[in-house]
Design a binder for this molecule. Structure first.
Ligand code: NAD
Length: 473
């Protein structure tokens, strides 16, 4: 099978959107200005290549390769998750960082795009080794991150707990730089007031000299996706999945107006059953959709009458795998379902497929076999450019990743804002703001796709690029 370079895919998406933007410009001077800015967007602004040493539990030393790519900060600090996976490579991190820049602009957040990754299979590490690796990575990139520079978050195989280790390490380093001792949370001041909203507030550099303790507290905003106890936001854990539901509902309303044959309950297959896959399945199930298939890295299950995502997750946790977890209604019954492969899942006769694992799973090879009427991209980069064209010509709308999964970074941005302002919003408030953000983004992209007669991905890139180009000097 042909290897697909995700950064090449990203650049081909950029070229499509550039084509649309260029075709609307008449005068030569503006054409050259556009071309010059697009040239800048073909490479990240900075790439950090780090090596992290870890003393393993058996006393041996292992080193791990890590990256942080800072793609573009025209609209605000770089923003993007950190991935732990054995297949992480620089082209993947560059592509993910580029998509983050586009995604933040789609959601109209005052943020740019970045991404990080470590080449590691975290399942092979003990908890102590994982903590040392995470702290080591935070230390290695500490000079280049901060609330007004670059704000990392979780991605595949990274969690709120890992963000907690990283933020603690980062603040420790920043305190040491100005000769302030580090107190562990157990011995030191209670930092929880930062998210109770009483005393803390946004702190500028000038105030730092007068308010060192508050300043260091505000550095918690350097990482998002933290646990609530470490200054995390209500609703962040579920935000990508819930945002996906809001985007899908919004797009379906517009497609219905377009008289498409989509009748409730719509059957859905979700590839990936991690943070994003599980949460999107949970919210779809709770909102009248019928989730008939889910999968993880070992394969999937198909339950025709619709799975119960919560029970299925409990069963997977107990058994260690999905096979046999045919949980529907309030029971799990071996007779109710069957095992399927990840490839079969994407070709099921369902209304909607939701790739929510890794990139390049919908390719020129399988795009012709897809029977779904809509693709909701919850993973980053799951569809190759060739597959995109094939699906478009077959009349299958692909709701693009930079729109569908932008709920995660939106609530990350809310977390950053809350930490900087010393506030802690209720879950109800967070979800209300998230819904509004997603619906506004869909409206903008839908309008461009109708006006320019393009697919939704190109329209999303046109919306994002227009905003980024306006912010570039
Ligand atoms: P996760 O680590 O929580 O879950 C990943 C899931 O994918 C797991 O169930 C894993 O078993 C499965 N998986 C791994 N390899 C697979 C394969 N080859 N085939 C099928 N399934 C496979 O990660 P996540 O946070 O849920 O992220 C999933 C995707 O969503 C990624 O593309 C990520 O970049 C994207 N994303 C995540 C967030 C977020 O807030 N976590 C936000 C936006 C986008």
């Amino acid at each position: 099978m042909k290897t697909i370079n995700p950064f090449e895919s990203a650049m081909s998406q950029l070229a499509n959107a550039y084509g649309v933007l260029k075709s609307k410009i008449k005068d030569q001077k503006s054409k050259i200005e556009l071309q010059n800015k697009i040239e800048i967007l073909k490479q990240p602004q900075r790439i950090l290549n780090v090596v992290i040493p870890v003393v393993m539990d058996d006393g041996s030393m292992r080193t791990f390769q890590g990256y942080r790519v800072q793609y573009n900060n025209a609209r605000g600090p770089y923003k993007g998750g950190i991935r732990y996976h054995p297949n992480v490579d620089l082209n993947e991190v560059k592509a993910l960082a580029f998509w983050m820049a586009m995604k933040c602009a789609v959601a109209d957040l005052p943020l740019g795009g970045g991404k990080g990754g470590i080449v590691v299979d975290p399942k092979t590490l003990s908890s102590r080794e994982l903590e040392q690796l995470s702290r080591g990575y935070a230390g290695a990139i500490a000079d280049c991150i901060g609330p007004d520079k670059d704000v990392p978050a979780p991605d595949v195989n990274t969690t709120g707990q890992i963000m907690g280790w990283m933020v603690e390490e980062f603040i420790k380093i920043k305190r040491a730089e100005v000769g302030m001792p580090w107190f562990s949370p157990r011995q030191g001041p209670d930092l929880s007031s930062i998210h109770k909203g009483s005393t803390a507030k946004a702190v500028t550099r000038l105030e730092t000299a007068r308010l060192p303790a508050r300043y260091f507290d505000s550095l918690r905003s350097t990482f998002t996706g933290k646990l609530i106890k470490d200054g995390g936001s209500e609703g962040r854990e579920e935000a990508t999945g819930l945002g996906g539901l809001f985007v899908l509902q919004s797009v379906l309303k517009k497609l219905k107006a377009d008289s498409r044959k989509l009748k409730a309950p719509l059957a859905v297959a979700v590839q990936g059953f991690g943070n994003v896959g599980y949460n999107v399945a949970k919210f779809l199930d709770a909102n009248g959709f019928k989730v008939v298939a889910v999968s993880d890295s070992r394969g999937g299950i198909y339950v025709e009458e619709g799975i119960n995502p919560g029970l299925t997750l409990d069963c997977k946790k107990k058994n260690g795998y999905l096979a046999g977890c045919y949980c529907s209604g309030s029971v799990c019954d071996l007779k109710k379902g069957r095992v399927i492969t990840n490839e079969q899942l994407l070709e099921l006769p369902v209304d909607i497929i939701v790739p929510a694992a890794l990139e390049n799973v919908i390719t020129a090879e399988n795009a012709r076999k897809i029977k779904a009427k809509v693709v909701l991209e919850m993973a980053n980069g799951p569809t190759t450019p060739e597959a995109d064209t094939l699906l478009y010509t077959r009349g299958i709308p692909v709701i693009p990743d930079i729109l569908s999964n932008s709920g995660g970074v939106s609530v990350s941005a809310f977390e950053w804002e809350q930490n900087l302002k010393g506030q802690h919003w209720t879950k109800e408030d967070v979800n209300k703001k998230l819904k509004k953000k997603m619906e506004t983004a869909v409206d903008a992209i839908w309008a461009v796709s109708q006006k320019q007669k393009t697919d939704l991905r190109t329209a999303a890139f046109v919306v994002a690029l227009t905003r980024i180009l306006a912010a570039m000097k």
